[in-house]
Design a protein around this ligand. Sequence first.
Ligand code: CP
Ligand code: NVA
Length: 318
Amino acid sequence: MVFNAHGVAAILSTIKGGDFLSSSDLTSEQISALFELASQLKKGERRIDLGNRTLGLIFTKSSTRTRVSFQVAMARLGGQIVDLNPQNTQLGRGEVLQDTARVLSRFCDALAVRTYEQNEILDYANWASIPVINALTDLEHPCQALADFFTMKEAFGRIKGHTLAYVGDGNNVANSLMICGGLLGVNVRVASPKGFEPLPEVVEKARKLSVDGAKIVLTNDPIESVKGADAVYTDVWASMGQEKEKELREKAFKKFCLDKKLFSEASPNAIVLHCLPAHRGEEISNEVMESESSRIFDQAENRLHVQQALLAALLGGL
Ligand code: CP
Ligand code: NVA
């Protein structure tokens, strides 16, 4: 898709004031326009000043990349963040969400929420009168998927018809990759051990939203998924909240390490992606992580650029 500045602004004006709770909240065209804006912001071709707006961060789980990238993105947009860690607010003492969300809507211009249940973020969106952004739930990680496909686009130019293989747990990251990939016409193959596949309803949703013949394929065989792929992606075996299952998962995922041998099945120009944090020697070998094919740190940086574009669009600064 080729845009002029007016086209990007016109398309992104359609998400002004909205929420971003799932990868399915954006259309292919809106994602492409966000990528165009993110690319301009990254290259320094564009500066946007939102005029002292405030993003509230409500993070119930740990975070390095998401927290810092949102904070820096707001600073670059001439705004700021307020850290609303539930341990330091009345949320931690039981103040109900519907009161908190309405009060915060009087102080802040948007909220980014990281929590466990997707329903909780839906409740925030329901009660808040400002945009709510999913900064990771157990079900999805939609800001991550935007950065991931933006990184793939930087590497290959055009990604429609390309294939991303995800090797590992059918988790929040896999879910958002399937939906966002399908929307962008990218084939997404997910290889997980039996019993750790993505939820059938998410797979069905991703398939329904897929365009240009993109295929969403599940398998229990990592080699089958990686064969000829353009990008190979993995994530931790035990996500936040699953710490007690660590040992059980280590056994189940033993054959799902993205090492040199598995990566050699991919296309010769394939890139390696990982949302981070990584456990070297578990889901990915140190060698693959540090290899020339790795775009993992570009991918982490791109969180900043795509989220800056997203905030500018949701807050209507274009
Ligand atoms: N990838 C990601 O979301 O990292 P953090 O948990 O550090 O935010
Ligand atoms: N699946 C991981 C992603 C961390 C960014 C988790 O939810 O812990």
